[in-house]
Design a protein around this ligand. Structure first.
Ligand code: NCD
Length: 304
């Protein structure tokens, strides 16, 4: 399977076979997490973050260093020519001659796709507005696979801000490649968009929507929790209505299956209380580690 030069725009661009190939390469990368490698020696990744990030930016940077490559870029767009009014398209036309791939996170939907139209090197979407976060979905799927040895046959609850969150949308589309039951857990104001629900049912997914975790906790093999995306609410009074709606504590997991796994793309801002961290269910920190392996795999696949 040849991924070289390929943009990573949307999880929907990847077939199940392709995802499985990425997961295989990601597992192969584990040995380099400790020892490093020179797979991407002399390669440069440009990292353009127009929105805050910790894990995604650090793990792409770490992945590049682990594979012997280099990284240039910014995490504060005010320190780039954007502050002088340069368009992203102009920036891309310049940066693509300085780097072998470009990873971009942006608040505006569609702008990463636009960048890809102008770039001569592969572009990786590291989160675009409320729409998509394909590499997060890949690492979420990989985390499930590593923890459960399978994705098929599982009942997966996705809880939180299903309306403004991008990781949940990409994850739902990624899961559509597998034989899973999806339970979407959100209050009315934060339900998944109708067009996405339609796409998922067209893909033959069984989907149940419930407002509270209690209604479904005992069915779940995976509970994927996300934060409410305060910064993306067009109307702050709407945020006030759902603020603090979910707080998952050890007590909330009382009737969970013994081998339930709790995932979260992080950052968490109170929706999983810290008493869950020491339970056998918590895997959200491990998930960030799996993310490093997936990003090492993606970088090596598109750049070598
Ligand atoms: C997510 C994001 O930025 O979309 N974080 C991440 O990449 N790990 C989730 C979030 O911000 O809630």
């Amino acid at each position: 399977m040849d991924f070289s030069g390929r943009h990573i725009m949307s999880i929907q661009d990847f077939s199940r076979d392709e995802l499985e190939h990425i997961f295989k390469v990601a597992s192969d990368m584990e040995k380099y997490v400790k020892t490093g490698s020179d797979t991407l020696k002399n390669k440069i990744l440009a990292s353009l973050f127009f929105e805050p990030s910790t894990r995604t930016r650090f793990s792409f940077t770490s992945a590049m260093y682990r594979l012997g490559g280099n990284v240039l870029g910014f995490d504060d767009p005010e320190m780039s020519s954007k502050a002088k009014g340069e368009t992203l398209v102009d920036s891309i036309r310049v940066i693509d001659s300085y780097a072998d791939a470009i990873v971009i996170r942006h608040t505006i939907e569609g702008i990463v796709e636009l960048a890809a139209e102008y770039s001569n090197v592969p572009i990786i979407n590291a989160g675009s507005g409320t729409l998509g976060h394909p590499t997060q979905a890949m690492l979420d799927l990989f985390s499930i696979l590593r923890e459960k040895n399978t994705i098929d046959g599982l009942t997966i609850g996705i809880l939180g801000d299903l309306k403004y969150g991008r990781s949940v949308k990409s994850l739902a589309y990624g899961l559509a490649n597998y034989d899973v039951k999806l339970v979407l857990i959100a209050p009315e104001l934060l339900r998944m968009r109708r067009d996405i629900l339609e796409d998922l049912s067209e893909a033959g997914k069984s989907i149940r929507e419930v407002p509270y975790l209690e209604e479904t906790i005992s069915d779940l093999d995976i509970l994927y929790v996300t934060r409410i995306q305060e910064e993306r609410f067009p109307d702050p009074s709407e945020y006030e209505k759902v603020k603090g709606y979910f707080i998952i504590s050890k007590k909330s997991l009382k009737s969970a299956k013994d081998d339930l796994i709790v995932l979260h793309p992080l950052p968490r801002v109170g929706e999983i209380s810290t008493d869950v961290d020491s339970t056998k269910h918590a895997r959200y920190f491990k998930q960030s580690y799996y993310g490093l392996m997936v990003r090492m795999a993606l970088l090596s696949l598109i750049m070598s």
